[in-house]
Design a protein around this ligand. Structure first.
Ligand code: ZN
Ligand code: ZN
Length: 366
């Protein structure tokens, strides 16, 4: 079938909206009519070359939609189901999958078509890579069934889409990766979509103090809305976020999160910790940056670690997060700053790069 999609051909280039060809579902594949797709920093990182990826492709990896058709072997979703998709696509067989760390699956190829098979996506006969094995900036997606989870149809799909990446990445970093304890203290660098999700996760976990750090005042305001108890406006001359965090927390926080992905901020996360504290790098640090750390901090048994997709078991955690949304305990409504059409995707990417939005969501009915 033909589908309108934002095609990306060259690192550093821009998107062009055109009609692509989407193949029919193979045995384990699902054709999804995309209803909404969030615009995430990783899309931008890939497009400007900060993280690796192949072209030509269709970006987008935070989609939600409705199942249109399923392959002969598909057993987990059916036509008409409302679904969200996630790039975590466990093969079920590798060591990480067997250990239960399905988000760290080492066999991504298990979710792709084999060499020699026709491509899932193409344009004018040229195969397109599927960004994150999803390619959500398109009005139709052809996906492996293991990248999908069915959700209750009463959850609005634009809100649900956010759980496919940003919300799961942030909330999961607090709940699963760091396992934030009730009554603890937390600092979060960066109050965008992921940072505010970390803040919400820390609030859900019962942290007594949540300090948000950002270079934009308006983002700190949203951080307070999502649960930050204190804020630090950094970037100004003379403001040392580490000193401020230590002052506000009485010596250092139990957990610090780099939700931006920046080597300087990641090191500040370590420095801002109390003894035995845990620093978690959530954002993708661009290629080329090196993390340099003052070793003295390790005498205090501080730890620093990464977090991928919120260490989440997507098919289990995503419906749980949506239940928290239904109960009013996880705010997805305020996460969406604007809804845009596919044609406006470049503007949405620019707004994110400029720190103007928490999340822009592409709506395909526009
Ligand atoms: Zn993302
Ligand atoms: Zn695996």
């Amino acid at each position: 079938m033909k589908a309108k999609a934002a095609v990306f051909r060259e690192i550093g280039g821009s998107l062009s909206v055109e009609a692509i060809d989407v193949d029919s579902p193979g045995p384990n594949e699902v054709l999804v009519r995309t209803v909404a797709c969030g615009v995430c920093h990783s899309d931008l990182h890939f497009m400007n070359g900060s993280i690796a990826g192949a072209v030509p492709t269709v970006p987008g990896h935070e989609p939600a939609g409705v199942v249109e058709a399923v392959g002969s072997e598909v057993s987990t979703v059916k036509v008409g189901d409302h679904v969200i998709a996630c790039t975590s696509m466990a093969c079920g067989h590798c060591t990480q999958c067997q250990l239960g760390a399905r988000h760290l699956c080492t066999d991504r190829r298990a979710g792709r078509r084999r060499k020699g098979e026709p491509p899932r996506l193409s344009v004018d006969g040229t195969p397109l890579y599927q960004f994150a094995d999803l390619s959500g900036f398109a009005e139709a997606m052809l996906l492996h069934e293991r990248s999908l989870v069915t959700i209750d149809p009463d959850i609005p799909l634009d809100r649900a889409a956010l759980v496919g990446c940003g919300v799961t990445t942030g909330v999961g970093a607090a709940l699963n990766t760091a396992k934030v304890r009730p009554g603890s203290t937390v600092a979060v660098f960066g109050a965008g979509g992921v940072g505010n999700s970390v803040i919400q996760g820390a609030r859900l976990a019962g942290a007594r103090q949540i300090i948000a750090i950002d270079i934009f005042d308006h983002k700190l305001e949203t951080a307070r809305h999502f649960g930050a108890t204190h804020t630090i406006l950094s970037g100004d001359e003379g403001v040392d976020p580490v000193k401020e965090i230590k002052r506000l927390s009485g010596g250092g926080v139990d957990y610090a999160f780099d939700a931006v992905g920046n080597a300087t901020l990641s090191s500040q996360c370590l420095y801002a910790l109390a003894p035995q504290g845990l620093a978690v790098i959530v954002g993708a640090i661009p290629r080329g940056q090196k993390l340099t750390l003052e070793p003295g901090h390790f005498y205090l048994e501080k730890r620093i670690m990464g977090s991928l997709m919120g260490s989440s078991a997507f098919q289990i955690d995503a419906p749980h997060y949506l239940e928290l949304y239904r109960q009013g305990r996880l705010d997805l409504d305020a996460m969406i700053s604007e809804r845009v059409s596919l044609e406006q995707v470049d503007d949405a990417l620019a707004a994110m790069a400029n720190g103007e939005v928490t999340r822009s969501v592409i709506m395909f009915d526009r």
